[in-house]
Design a protein around this ligand. Structure first.
Ligand code: GTP
Ligand code: MG
Length: 503
């Protein structure tokens, strides 16, 4: 890391388990077509996990209850018991913490906008910016200096493409944010999936520059794929920023802005977003920082009366997760650091130092020996937080992305088969086997068409941790990817009976 005014650390390229919002992605007009068997997925994003036969969980429910009670007590009595640690816990709660992923087609301006946010919030000083300006100029990439704030490695700077998800933090009046700057290039969609699975809010960056919106939006562009993935991965609110409004081909044109918004709205609806409730559009220039921290000057754009980006982010509401629910933290990455550290987003429940938990599907008993939020150590972490948890009782090599840190009393299920509703995004058309969704097929269909919504049984080789969408939406969604493409998004409609991996 070359500068410490702000923390930018990469997250890694692992397909991650699904998480989600309560609302459904499936188009309301789509009739599911029953297909009883086995379109076996080439790659289930909820990583196929090793299924070693592990010891049975012990009766440690009491600890779990005790832990919930402790957090209840903390809220009620915080003024009565002000030891240093409780003050730290309380400080954590004064500002909401929101995770925001920047998504969109390659070169749309995600890293530039992310870098600008850090600059505008006072985390990057002028000297650093000047240094980046010079470095960018030396690489004949004059306009890329803002992106260098987020794109920290040499390969990213030379090629002008984000590879690893950049991570940084900033605060507005009412909230503290973790920004996850996803790569737009299609080769790095797995990294984008990893970033989006950690976020509740997405900033979808769209370039208004002539030809760039069109390329990004067309088939093969990443705008649509990112939106569909974001929805499936639990990004429940979208801020659509129409970027590069300063570009000479745009010049803050209302017509261009309206054209892009009009094309995006039907697509966002068909992707499952409630555009009125969950989506907000606004024009910005990430490069110049216009309409970001303060509202756009009327002299530059006289038709925009709406809020600026910081205002929108500051007020955005995200669904509450249950702090007293069972612990569910899908693991997206792990490393060794005087113990085994796992990273992920808390989907439900609260963890505290000293808690006993299970790593599923291995059923490994572990103890929490440390918790970090961003760069600070805390004693407790609740839902929606991206945390690093240091564990004892397990080796780093016995953990895979897709494993889930669970409560002992109520662990997540582990299965090798499940019933799913799938929306097919991209497949080779097979003309011979076109099915009429109204007729029940006599024989098992072998193929399904692009755009079809089907109900099928999925079998995987190793145990995976999933839940029924209706019980726990965050762990009830998944994506199917093969040969570098997302071919389907799905939700889990049924799982084998409790304790059994198969039906
Ligand atoms: P990937 O990480 O590769 O997906 O790209 P990205 O979306 O992060 O784009 P990046 O921020 O690297 O910017 C790509 C190019 O667009 C750079 O040359 C930027 O200077 C330019 N750019 C970004 N935002 C703006 C803007 O608001 N106005 C103008 N004129 N150019 C911009
Ligand atoms: Mg980038």
């Amino acid at each position: 890391m070359e500068h410490d005014a702000h923390a930018v650390a990469p997250t890694h390229s692992v397909p991650t388990p699904e998480d989600a919002t309560v609302d459904d992605w499936a188009r309301e007009d789509a009739e599911p077509m029953p297909v009883d068997s086995g379109a076996a997925p080439a790659e289930v994003a909820a990583a196929d996990s090793a299924a070693d036969t592990p010891p049975e969980p012990g009766a440690e429910g009491a600890k779990e209850i005790e832990s919930s009670l402790q957090s209840l007590e903390l809220k009620a009595n915080v003024t009565a018991h002000e030891d240093a640690q409780e003050v730290e816990d309380e400080v954590e709660e004064t500002k909401r913490h929101l995770n925001v992923v920047f998504i969109g087609h390659v070169d749309a301006g995600k890293s530039t906008a992310g870098g600008q946010i850090l600059f505008l919030s006072g985390q990057v000083d002028d000297r650093t910016i000047q240094k980046y300006e010079k470095e960018a100029k030396d690489k004949s990439r004059e306009s890329w200096y803002m992106a260098y704030i987020m794109d920290t490695n040499e390969e990213e700077r030379v090629k002008g493409k984000t590879v690893e998800v950049g991570r940084a933090h900033f605060e507005t009046e009412h909230a503290r944010f973790t920004i996850l700057d996803a790569p737009g290039h299609k080769s790095y969609v797995p990294n984008m999936i990893s970033g989006a699975s950690q976020a509740d809010i997405g900033v979808l960056v769209i370039s208004a520059r002539k030809g760039e919106f069109e390329t990004g939006y067309e088939k093969g562009g990443q705008t649509r794929e990112h939106v569909l993935l974001a929805k499936t991965l639990g990004v429940c609110k979208l801020v659509v920023v129409i970027n590069k409004m300063d570009d000479p081909t745009v010049k803050w044109s209302k017509e261009r802005y309206d054209e892009i918004e009009a094309k995006m709205v039907p697509f966002l609806k068909s992707s499952g977003y409630n555009v009125k409730k969950d989506v907000q559009f606004l024009p910005i220039s990430g490069l110049l920082g216009s309409n970001m921290k303060t509202r756009i000057d009327k002299g530059i754009c006289n038709w925009w009366d709406g809020p600026c980006l910081f205002e929108i982010l500051d007020c955005i509401e995200v669904p509450l997760r249950d702090p007293k629910g069972p612990v569910r933290m899908p693991i997206i990455d792990k490393y060794k650091d005087m113990g085994t550290v796992v990273m992920g987003k808390m989907e439900s429940g609260t963890i505290r130092e000293g808690d006993s938990l299970l790593v599923m599907p291995n059923k490994s008993h572990v103890k929490v020996i440390g918790i970090s939020l961003d760069d600070s150590k805390v004693r407790r972490a609740g839902p929606a937080e991206n945390v690093r948890v240091k564990l004892s009782g397990i080796e780093e090599e016995d953990i895979m992305a897709g494993f889930v840190l669970s409560s002992v009393a109520n662990p997540v299920g582990a299965v090798t088969e499940f019933n799913a509703q799938l929306q097919i995004l991209e497949l080779l058309d097979n003309k011979k086997k076109e099915a009429d969704p109204k007729k029940k097929p006599k024989r098992k269909p072998l193929f399904v068409k692009n755009g079809a919504v089907v109900v099928c049984r999925i079998e995987v080789n190793n145990l995976i941790c999933i839940e029924k969408f209706s019980d726990f939406p965050q762990l009830g969604r998944f994506t199917l990817r093969t040969e570098g493409k997302t071919v389907a998004v799905g939700k889990v409609v049924d799982v084998p009976p409790a304790g059994s991996p198969t039906f």
